[in-house]
Design a protein around this ligand. Structure first.
Ligand code: CA
Ligand code: CA
Ligand code: CA
Length: 210
């Protein structure tokens, strides 16, 4: 019976902690509204204390900056829900920068949100100079968002004028969506879970034949 209990506990542990969400590196060359880095395939669930809703299984993507000078553009297809756009570790050394962020509707080119500074600071930021945008979409929307440095101004179709990021300015940009997705177990987890099930049958048969 003790063996049985241990197996059940092990199986549940592997299922709960099976998510494999990771940070990804920004690609080079996303300096234009017409050439954003697409994030659609990188959303996944998993723990990350610096990301809004990660503890509630919100899907998220986290990108570490390339250090490339100029503007930085990203795109993804938003579902009808709220999304959080979060700059972390920008206004701190090394690679100190004061990010400004613009968000556009990629279908119409309309500027739909912008932010320079935000307080109170969220986990991952030590300064209110890091940008933060919380944005609700009522229909599926192609989203393009861009990053530059204070002082910048934004217009339609990705128009960004002002102080651009310098070589080796560093930050992390996170996007998370306000809906719950069950963690998908990794192949290794499924294998271990399978072993657990086989083990349970073994224990059952042993008890039966005893
Ligand atoms: Ca954060
Ligand atoms: Ca932040
Ligand atoms: Ca700022």
């Amino acid at each position: 019976m003790r063996k049985f209990c241990i197996l059940v506990v092990l199986c549940s542990l592997f299922i709960v902690n099976g998510a494999g969400a990771i940070q990804i590196a920004e690609t080079i060359g996303n300096n234009s509204y017409l050439t954003p880095m697409n994030l659609d395939s990188y959303f996944s669930v998993g723990p990350n204390p610096e990301i809004q809703g990660a503890d509630m299984n919100f899907p998220w993507v986290s990108v570490t900056s390339s250090g490339e000078a100029g503007k930085h553009f990203f795109s993804f297809n938003a579902l009808p829900t709220t999304y959080y756009f979060d700059i972390d570790h920008g206004a701190e050394s090394p690679g100190w920068c004061d990010i400004e962020m613009g968000v556009w509707n990629g279908d119409t080119g309309q500027l739909i949100a912008r932010n320079d500074d935000h307080s109170p600071v969220d986990p991952g930021s030590i300064s209110s100079l890091d940008s933060w945008i919380e944005l609700f979409f009522d229909i599926p929307t192609l989203v393009i968002f861009g990053l530059s440095e204070f002082p910048s101004s934004f217009g339609p179709n990705g128009d960004t004028i002002g102080n651009l990021l310098d070589f080796d300015d560093r930050f992390i940009v996170n996007v998370s969506g306000d809906f719950n997705v069950a963690p998908v177990p990794e192949p290794g987890t499924i294998f271990l879970f399978g072993l657990g099930i086989v083990g349970l049958f073994g224990v059952g048969r042993k008890l039966k034949s005893a």
